[in-house]
Design a protein around this ligand. Structure first.
Ligand code: PLP
Length: 391
């Protein structure tokens, strides 16, 4: 059968994720030391796992309410108030299968065919394909390293047209580690308001900031709450990637529509994970603190390490990634990653996997033990030295 005539052409035309390509190569090699995976290396804290187990032992094995269990939505609301000073009602929350589904729902609830959606890049790989599949038009905004990958008002304004519907705000950032401070958000808010845009704010790394200032949500900036969908989840904050649980917060009409889509596609997020998540929110603040401190120590090691090697690395103040520049080597980011992988068996992700403006950089995840990171840095230093000596 000629399947090309049977398959959805928009889906078929999507570019495969550039992150996967390098994992596929490295998985077939022995003794590869990876800095590639954007996933916490900690176990989910035991009390959270125990809550999941106890729910199973208690026979809690059925669907929940479509928008998520009420006790969980109430805990999410309390948590958002406690940690980020944001006020929501439990009706303004939908519990999803990871932040990933929350992004998909937000786009599908807001975007009409032909609507333009602004996507600052380099950024997480799913925004563009999801917008395309919804019939929208992704419009990328090239962030600059000399601005610490912050979205500036000028950059935002320059890409707005009469068709612009929404802005994806991806901070703290995967892959750059960049954050936007309150004063940065205050500069873009008037433009968002003036052009009547919606904001999909991906705050999945909100608990992972390392500077003096805590993460600030755009929803906290005056006039922004009513036009913001916050996407978040448990994967990164509590080391719960495999539990597949996330959530979105937004004004009720948006959440209702997102819930309707979720109801048809998913029914309800995993029940066991919802029980575990209630425990995470009630009893997990100390775990977050411990993991954040550990990430911070690794972050310093990695950033200093790359700068010493001569691969300039701006200070990432969020998430668990560093984004060193490899421009001084004269290689493209794909060439750099490929040569490094084959010659030193170290895996990193080329920056252009996160958009064209990521060219000249590599993404380094520091979700690994200090020994692992030190060995990767040692091999990378050797590689860069050999490149220079060979010139
Ligand atoms: C920026 C960002 N948003 C969303 C996600 C999705 O996470 P999950 O679906 O596990 O909650 C990720 C995962 O890597 C991410 O980096």
């Amino acid at each position: 059968m000629d399947y090309s005539k049977k398959l959805n052409s928009k889906a078929a035309a999507l570019k495969p994720s550039g992150i996967r390509k390098f994992f596929d190569i490295s998985e077939q090699m022995d003794n590869v030391i990876s800095l590639g995976v954007g996933e916490p290396d900690f176990q989910t804290p035991w009390h959270i796992r125990r809550a999941g187990i106890e729910s199973l032992e208690g026979g809690k094995t059925r669907y929940t309410a479509n928008r998520g269990m009420e006790p969980l939505r109430k805990e999410i609301v309390k948590y958002m108030k406690r940690r980020f000073n944001l006020t929501y009602d439990p009706n303004e929350v939908v519990v999803t299968v990871g932040g990933s589904e929350a992004i998909d729902l937000a786009v599908r609830a807001l975007v009409e065919p032909g609507d333009e959606v602004l996507i600052p890049q380099p950024s997480f790989v799913c925004y563009e394909p999801i917008v395309t599949l919804a019939g929208g038009v992704p419009v990328t905004i090239e962030l600059k390293s000399y601005n610490n990958f912050v979205l500036t008002p000028e950059q935002l304004e320059s890409k707005i047209t009469s068709k612009t519907k929404a802005l994806v705000l991806p901070y703290p950032s995967n892959p750059t580690g960049g954050i936007m401070l309150r004063q940065d958000l205050e500069k873009i808010a008037p433009i968002i308001k003036k052009h009547d845009l919606m904001v999909i704010s991906d705050e999945i790394y909100a608990e992972l900031t390392f500077g003096e200032d805590r993460h600030v949500s755009i929803a906290e900036i005056p006039d922004m709450w009513e036009r913001t969908v916050i996407v978040s989840g448990f994967s990164k904050t509590y080391s719960m990637t495999g539990w597949r649980l996330g959530y979105a917060l937004a004004p009720e009409p948006i959440i209702s529509l997102m819930t309707k889509i979720h109801q048809f596609a998913i029914m309800s997020a995993p029940t066991t994970s919802q029980y575990a998540a209630i425990d995470a929110l009630k009893n997990g603040d100390n775990d977050i603190k411990k993991m954040r401190n550990e990430y911070n120590a690794r972050r310093r090691l990695v950033v200093n390490g790359f700068n010493e090697i001569g691969l300039t690395c701006f200070e990432p103040l969020g998430a668990f990634y560093a984004f060193p520049s490899i421009k001084s080597t004269g290689l493209t980011s794909e060439e750099f990653c490929e040569k490094l992988l084959y010659s030193k068996k170290v895996a990193m992700v080329p920056g252009n996997a996160f958009g064209d403006s990521g060219e000249g950089f590599v993404r380094v995840s520091y979700c690994y033990s200090v020994e692992h990171l030190k060995e990767a840095l040692r091999r990378t230093a050797e590689f860069v030295k050999e490149l220079k000596d060979g010139e």
